[in-house]
Design a protein around this ligand. Structure first.
Ligand SMILES: NC(=O)c1ccc[n+]([C@@H]2O[C@H](COP(=O)([O-])OP(=O)(O)OC[C@H]3O[C@@H](n4cnc5c(N)ncnc54)[C@H](OP(=O)(O)O)[C@@H]3O)[C@@H](O)[C@H]2O)c1
Length: 291
């Protein structure tokens, strides 16, 4: 029973690979640069080197697989992120059809349930649709906002500022990607689910950015103040950084489109995962900001 894993060096994929190997499985890894894999894990896996935007690589590397973990590799910074994500959805769905892959777990996002108007998340909705059009058993994991996004603005946090264009007091799901990996591995190893399914992965509690700033202040032992910015300020910053217009709107749209977020499925025992933001920040953010 071969399980193929995309983005095995990513936050979620790396956890999935470790758990599959610990479960006694030899996973097949689709990776751009095998040197980026943990050497101990690399030796316990079947490594296929290539790029996920290359349709023939994806087909060849998934041939004979029974199950597949799919992550959209499209960066937010490309000219037309939704188009590129949709293209990736077609590449993967073709591989699923042609190679007869029976089971697929897809890393999607809260907001994808809206289908349109959520910036680059619209691209994840297109991938959900491509996979739903295959005959495979398909599970979409609609995940909350990753704790690891905080590592993208270490300079701001070092200066005591957490900037966002989100509504400061609107709570939404925040999640440790490692906990997502736990859910993915469990689903890949289980043969008990069938058909089409959607599951939320929401972390332990919904958090507003104001609450996140409070938690980080406690954990980091220094005040972190919340700076709210409007969409046009974000646009101006992204343009100044040289991003093309499609990328700018894809990024702004993800925040704008989730301001009134009502995740589908809603939070419940099945969507709630254990790691708290405080625990994660103590282990992963505090060392990066020490000194
Ligand atoms: N951030 C959030 O809040 C959030 C919320 C919901 C869903 N998501 C989804 O989560 C996904 C990101 O997951 P993550 O955080 O685990 O990933 P990540 O840590 O950002 O890593 C990206 C992965 O994609 C691989 N990759 C990038 N371009 C590739 C290409 N052309 N061919 C092959 N591999 C490629 C990278 O490989 P290298 O090692 O070669 O660079 C790396 O393994 C995205 O699809 C995003 O839409 C994110």
């Amino acid at each position: 029973m071969t399980i193929a894993v995309t983005t095995p060096t990513g936050h979620v994929g790396s956890r999935v690979v470790r758990l599959l190997i610990q479960a006694g499985v030899r996973p097949r890894l689709l990776v751009r640069d095998p040197a980026r894999l943990d050497p101990a894990l690399r030796a316990a896996a079947d490594v296929r080197r290539g790029d996920l935007t290359d349709a023939s690589f994806v087909r060849e590397a998934t041939a004979g697989a029974r199950s597949l973990f799919v992550v959209d590799p499209t960066p937010h910074t490309v000219d037309d992120p939704v188009r590129d994500s949709a293209r990736f959805g077609e590449i993967v769905a073709d591989a699923v059809r042609i190679e007869g892959i029976a089971r697929v777990v897809f890393l999607s996002s809260v907001g994808a349930e809206k289908r349109h108007g959520v910036g680059h998340i619209d691209g994840l909705a297109r991938i959900e649709e491509c996979l739903d059009a295959t005959d495979a058993d398909v599970l979409h994991l609609r995940c909350g906002y990753f704790f690891t996004n905080l590592q993208l603005d270490l300079d701001g946090l070092a200066q005591g500022e957490l900037a966002t264009a989100a509504h400061p007091r609107a709570a939404m799901p925040w999640v440790d990607p490692r906990d997502i990996g736990d859910v993915v591995a469990a689903r890949l190893l289980s043969e008990s689910w069938h058909g089409r399914a959607v599951q939320g992965v929401h972390g332990p509690e919904d958090l507003s950015f104001a609450r996140v700033a409070e938690i980080l202040s406690d954990v980091l032992g220094r005040p972190i103040r919340l700076a709210t910015v409007d969409d046009d300020t974000v646009r101006a910053g992204l343009r100044a950084a040289g991003l093309p217009e499609g990328a700018v709107e894809g990024i702004v749209g993800m925040t704008a489109g989730t301001r009134d977020l009502a995740p589908d499925p809603p939070r419940g025992p099945l969507t709630t995962t254990p790691t708290t933001l405080a625990g994660w920040a103590y282990a992963h953010l505090r060392p990066l900001l020490a000194g």
